[in-house]
Design a protein around this ligand. Structure first.
Ligand SMILES: [Zn+2]
Ligand SMILES: [Zn+2]
Length: 320
């Protein structure tokens, strides 16, 4: 890979910092929030069931549900009148996170195998009655989207500063309590998504940053935090660390296949944010597939029948 100029490093860092995905994770990027969304898709609707499966304490769960209701992602549905009892359901905006949930499931199944806890081992597509993996597919050329086949460019029409201000006001108070697993070998998708720095570093890598100094300058991360997160991400197998200079020794961080496979998770968040955070307007980055210059349009499809996947059309029951 060619060396990036200081201007390119700065521009790439700004793209990542002001991206819709970064803004979206300001709202959702908290471990407990992510676990609540996961469980709602697994049809765990009642407070006690959510308490049991997320492992959150009562006050934390109540707080996260309240914020999700305020954000219009979840609504309270009465299931009993006296005394009044409510269950929690996803609104259309919440159901729009289904591709994101599928992408996480797929990444965890592929890369964590036996270490996956509390996720169904098999998903079955009701339409074709077959077990499947979700495929993130380009609508123009019908090919699966991979990190090597996607390019990004700044969207000149986007007023990054205005929007970033709007979104930062809406940042929920809960992001301060971010959680990072301290053991890279047990690193789950929620550990990446629930930590702002992990997200920015991975985003930077997907946009072309490689060198330690470039991550530091482009993203403005302090050296101790950067060193800590890169070490974890290497231990978790998302990056390879390679020396590119000796005396003084300098390292670059290349995404492994596991790191590159994180792309559909980011793509799903990008698409959701364009639909629900900016009401259809594009963010600061235009993503294109290698088949054409126009912004990429994609769906998550069943690997068995190629049909588009919808939440009501997928079951966790094993095939008969
Ligand atoms: Zn394409
Ligand atoms: Zn199918």
């Amino acid at each position: 890979m060619a060396t990036l100029s200081p201007e390119q490093v700065k521009a790439t860092g700004q793209l990542v910092l002001n991206s819709l995905v970064a803004q979206c994770l300001g709202l959702l990027g908290d471990r407990w929030t992510l676990l609540v969304i996961r469980d709602l898709f697994l049809r765990r609707h009642r407070f006690e069931a959510l308490l049991q499966h997320t492992g959150a304490v009562r006050s934390t769960l109540a707080n996260r549900l309240k914020v999700l209701v305020q954000q219009g992602i979840v609504y309270r549905n009465p299931y009993q009148m006296s005394p009044a009892r409510y269950e929690y359901r996803l609104t259309p905006k919440g159901l729009g996170l289904y591709d994101f949930a599928l992408a996480i499931w797929s990444w965890e199944q592929k890369w964590l195998g036996d270490e996956v806890v509390d996720l169904p081992p098999v998903l079955v597509h009701r339409s074709c009655k077959k077990p499947f993996s979700p495929i993130c597919k380009c609508l123009s050329c019908d090919e699966a989207i991979t990190s090597n086949s996607v390019t990004n460019r700044p969207n000149s029409a986007y007023l990054a500063t205005t929007r970033a201000t709007n979104f930062s006001k809406r940042r929920s108070k809960i992001s301060a309590g971010s959680h990072t697993a301290r053991d890279g070998s047990l690193f789950h998708a929620t550990d990446i998504l629930g930590d702002r720095w992990n997200n920015l570093i991975l985003g930077g890598a997907l946009y072309g940053l490689r060198r330690y100094d470039d991550f530091q300058r482009g993203l403005g991360i302090s050296t101790n935090i950067l060193a800590d997160r890169l070490k974890l991400l290497v231990e978790a197998g998302l990056f390879n660390r390679v020396a590119y200079q000796s005396g003084p020794k300098r390292y670059q961080y290349n995404l492994t296949a596991k790191g590159q496979d994180y792309l559909p998770v980011a793509m799903a968040l990008h698409k959701w944010s364009e639909r629900w955070l900016t009401q259809g307007e594009r963010g600061n980055v235009i993503l294109s597939h290698h088949c054409e210059d126009a912004p990429v349009q994609f769906v998550f499809c069943c690997s068995a029948c190629e049909g588009v996947l919808h939440p009501h059309d997928v079951t966790t029951a094993p095939p008969c």
